[in-house]
Design a protein around this ligand. Structure first.
Ligand code: AMP
Length: 441
C-alpha cells in the first residue's frame, strides 16, 4: 500500500492532507495520482465516494504550484452546480496552505460576482459548461492559458445533454493540454468521447471487490434515529457468546468516542477500546494488539485508522454508521471471520443513509437483506433537530441526483415534528418503499 509521502507532494499539500485526517490514499488515488503527476491523459472509472476528487485535485495543485498570471490554467468541468461546489470545497481544503486562487462558476444566479472574482485572477476554475461558455462569450474569461482539463462525471454530463457545449469548449481551449476524464460508468458514448478527446489515455478503474461481499453474511437494520442505534447496539452486545469479537465502525471520531463511552459505561471499561486519528500511534497499536489477542472484546474505530490495520477473524462487524467512501464498506466487512460460522456484518442505517446504502449495493452488486429491529429494543421518537438534519441531508441527496430539484425541506419540517421519523411502510424520498427489501429472519 502506498502512502501520501510516496507522491512527493510539497509540504503545503501534505499538511492539508494530514489536517483532513487522511491516512492512506484510497485505491483510485493510489492508481491515478502517479499517472496524473507524470503528465498522462487519464480516464478514471470511479464513483463518488471513492476519493476521486482528491485523485485529480491533488496532482493539479502540484502542477499549478502557486498563483501566477491572471488567467486560469486548470479547468474542471462538472455537470451540476452541486458537484461544482463540492469540487471547489475540496480544492479549498487541499490548497489552503498555498496561494493558489480558485473559483467556481455556475448558472442559476447573476454572473456579476463571478465576473468580478475572475477579473481578480484565477488559477483553477471549476465550472458548469453552460456558464463557462456564457462568460467566455461575454469576454469575461480568457481560456488561452488552460493546460489541464478535467471532466468530472462525464457520463452524467452526456446524459444531461452537454455534448454541444463540451464541443464548443474544446474548440476554444488550447490543444496542447493534459486531459483527465472521470466517469462513474463507461457507456459507449463516454468511451467515444474519451477516444475523441484523450490522447493515449491511461485507464484506471476501481474494481469493486464483489467476491468478499458475497461470502460475508450481511444484514441491514433501518433505524429512525441515533438513540435507536444505541439501543440496538446494546441489545447485540449483551450476547457476549455470539458477539465474541466485535469491531464497530463509525463515521467520525466524535461518534467513535461517544460509542466507546457508552459501551464502557454499560458493559465494562475492560471490554472496549477506541481507535481514531486523534489517538497516538502507540495507543492505537496497543489497543489493536489487545483486540487481536482477545484481551478486549470490542474495538470501536473510524475507517481512516481501521483501513490499514490487520485484524481479521472478528465475529461481527457492526457499521454503527455506514461509510461515505463506499469502498470502505467492503474493507470493513472483509474482517468478519469467514471460517467462523457466525461471522456477520450488521449495518445500521437511518432514512438519510438509504441513498448511500443503495450506492454501496451498486458497488457490491447485491442487495443486503433488511432485518426487523428485535422486539424489546426501545425505539424512541426522533428529536426535532435530528429529524431536521435527516430531512436536510435527504434534500441534499435529491439535489445532487437532480439539479432541477427545488427542495422539499420545508414541507418535511412540519411533518417530522413530534412524530419522529418512523416509517410505517412509507415511501422514502427516492420513492422506494422502505419495507420493500427482502426481510430476513
Ligand atoms: P469523493 O469520492 O471525491 O466524493 O470523496 C469522498 C469522501 O472521501 C470525501 O468526503 C473526501 O473528503 C474523503 N476522502 C478522500 N480521500 C480520502 C482519503 N485518502 N482518506 C480518507 N478520506 C478521504
Amino acid at each position: 500500500m502506498s502512502t501520501f509521502q510516496d507522491f512527493k507532494f510539497n509540504k503545503q499539500i501534505i499538511q492539508a492532507i494530514e489536517e483532513a485526517g487522511y491516512q492512506t490514499p484510497t485505491p483510485i488515488q493510489e492508481k491515478a495520482i502517479p499517472l496524473v503527476l507524470a503528465g498522462h491523459d487519464v480516464m478514471g472509472v470511479a464513483q463518488t465516494g471513492t476519493g476521486k476528487t482528491a485523485a485529480f485535485v491533488l496532482p493539479i495543485l502540484m502542477k499549478i504550484k502557486y498563483a501566477q498570471g491572471d488567467h486560469p490554467r486548470a479547468l474542471i468541468l462538472a455537470p451540476t452546480r452541486e458537484l461544482a461546489l463540492q469540487i471547489e470545497k475540496a480544492v479549498q481544503t487541499y490548497a489552503q496552505y498555498t496561494d493558489i486562487r480558485h473559483t467556481c462558476i455556475y448558472g442559476g444566479l447573476g454572473p456579476k460576482t463571478q465576473i468580478e472574482t475572475i477579473a481578480e485572477g484565477v488559477d483553477i476554475l471549476i465550472a458548469t459548461p453552460g456558464r463557462l461558455l456564457d462568460l467566455y462569450s461575454r469576454e469575461a474569461l480568457v481560456l488561452k492559458d488552460i493546460n489541464t482539463l478535467v471532466m468530472d462525471e462525464a457520463d452524467k454530463m452526456m446524459d444531461m445533454g452537454f455534448m454541444p457545449q463540451i464541443n464548443s469548449i474544446l474548440e476554444v481551449i488550447p490543444v496542447k493540454r493534459q486531459n483527465l476524464l472521470f466517469s462513474a460508468t463507461m457507456p459507449e458514448k463516454v468511451v467515444k468521447l474519451s477516444e475523441d478527446f484523450l490522447e493515449f489515455p491511461e485507464r484506471v478503474e476501481v474494481t469493486p471487490q464483489a467476491t468478499t461481499a458475497e461470502t460475508v453474511d450481511q444484514v441491514v437494520y433501518e433505524v429512525p434515529n441515533l438513540k435507536t442505534k444505541i439501543n440496538l447496539l446494546q441489545h447485540f452486545l449483551k450476547d457476549e457468546e455470539a458477539f465474541s469479537r466485535v469491531m464497530i465502525f463509525t463515521r467520525t471520531r466524535k461518534s467513535a468516542d461517544a460509542v466507546y463511552k457508552f459501551i464502557a459505561r454499560k458493559f465494562s471499561e475492560d471490554a472496549v477500546r477506541v481507535i481514531h486519528a486523534n489517538k497516538g500511534q502507540n495507543t492505537r497499536i496497543n489497543s489493536m494488539n489487545a483486540f487481536k489477542n482477545g484481551e478486549i472484546r470490542i474495538l470501536v474505530g473510524t475507517d481512516v485508522v481501521a483501513r490499514g490495520i490487520d485484524v481479521t477473524l472478528v465475529s461481527h462487524v457492526i457499521n454503527f454508521d455506514i461509510p461515505l467512501i463506499y469502498e470502505d464498506y467492503v474493507h470493513r466487512i472483509g474482517r468478519t471471520g469467514r471460517a467462523l460460522q457466525d461471522g456477520k456484518a450488521i449495518s445500521f442505517i437511518t432514512e438519510a443513509d438509504i441513498y448511500h446504502m443503495q450506492k454501496i449495493e451498486k458497488i457490491i452488486r447485491m442487495q443486503v437483506p433488511m432485518a426487523k429491529i428485535p422486539a424489546g429494543v426501545d425505539i424512541p421518537d426522533t428529536p426535532f433537530d435530528e429529524a431536521q438534519a435527516i430531512a436536510r441531508e435527504i434534500d441534499r441527496q435529491k439535489r445532487k441526483e437532480n439539479p432541477d430539484y427545488k427542495g422539499a425541506f420545508h414541507d418535511k419540517k412540519d411533518k417530522s415534528k413530534g412524530q419522529g421519523s418512523k416509517n410505517n411502510g412509507k415511501k422514502n424520498s427516492f420513492g422506494k418503499k422502505l419495507t420493500s427489501r427482502k426481510k430476513k429472519k
